[in-house]
Design a protein around this ligand. Structure first.
Ligand code: PGA
Length: 266
């Protein structure tokens, strides 16, 4: 089973248009020497107002792939209507997005996003032909109380409820322990791999072995150029969702380069 690695940058509420453009240009310049087949899947999630400033980069080698794809950081499940401040999947697609991050712990914590809402968003994203990046993760208290696995299994089952195996197979999950996000503390790579293998088994239970083997599951939480090689060398970690280290082209490029070298070796 070969799963193409994904390197996804989550810019959160950072970078003005000119700054976003300049980081994006830095990544674009780096990837220009490679084809989409050689590169990992690269996804960048800017703030909505910068989506038009950074545009997805198609590969010119004829492989039909994209060298850089764009993601929304959130969406609503309705296609339009009286939902002040929200954005629909159709709008993200119209702006050039291929992916949407949903269920990030910051949205769950500060904007009361529930599993039920995340499930509705995942369905809307797949209906619209985009790919959801579904985030999950435990707090430090939950980890210390020994409920990490049951908590995350519940988040995944709820998020994917009622979605076909075929759609689950093309979705992406990001395991992001909350205590590792933006703290500089990465989860031990073996432990992250163990949790991700557990998530894969949950997916197999609900959607079958084929979907479980196909779905790409990322690790997120203080990923840096110095941590990516160990993380990517683990059997079940298919890539990374990166916050802080994706805000500078140099560090994002280093992460892409290291991932590419490892996947060429495997
Ligand atoms: P971080 O953020 O890399 O800054 O820890 C990761 C995320 O929240 O997606």
């Amino acid at each position: 089973m070969s799963r193409k690695p994904i390197i996804a940058g989550n810019w959160k509420m950072n970078l003005l248009q000119s700054e976003a453009k300049s980081v994006f240009e830095g990544v674009k310049n780096f990837v220009k020497d490679y084809t989409a087949v050689e590169l990992p899947t690269i996804v960048i999630a800017p703030v909505f107002t910068s989506i038009s400033a950074v545009q997805s980069v198609e590969c010119t080698c004829g492989c039909g792939g994209k060298k850089i794809a764009i993601a929304g950081q959130n969406c609503h499940w309705e296609s339009s209507g009286a939902f002040t401040g929200e954005i629909s999947v159709e709008m993200l697609k119209d702006a050039g997005c291929d992916y949407v991050i949903i269920g990030h712990s910051e949205r769950r914590q500060y904007f009361s996003e529930t599993d039920e809402m995340i499930n509705k968003k995942a369905k809307a994203i797949l209906r619209g032909g985009l790919i959801p990046i579904v985030c999950c993760g435990e707090t430090l208290e939950q980890r210390e109380a020994g409920v990490t696995d049951s908590w995350i299994a519940g988040q995944i089952k709820n998020a994917l409820d009622g979605i076909s195996s075929e759609d689950i197979a093309k979705s992406v999950i990001a395991y992001e322990p909350i205590w590792a996000i933006g703290t500089g503390k990465t989860c031990d790579a073996d432990e992250a791999n163990r949790v991700i293998a557990m998530i894969r088994n949950v997916v197999k239970e609900i959607a079958g072995n084929e979907a479980g083997d196909a779905i790409r599951i990322l690790y997120g939480g203080s990923v840096k150029p110095s941590t990516i090689e160990e993380q990517m060398s683990k059997s079940d970690i298919d890539g990374a969702l990166i916050g802080g280290a994706s805000l500078k082209a140099e560090s994002l490029n280093e992460i892409i380069e290291k991932t590419m070298k490892l996947s060429l070796v495997h």
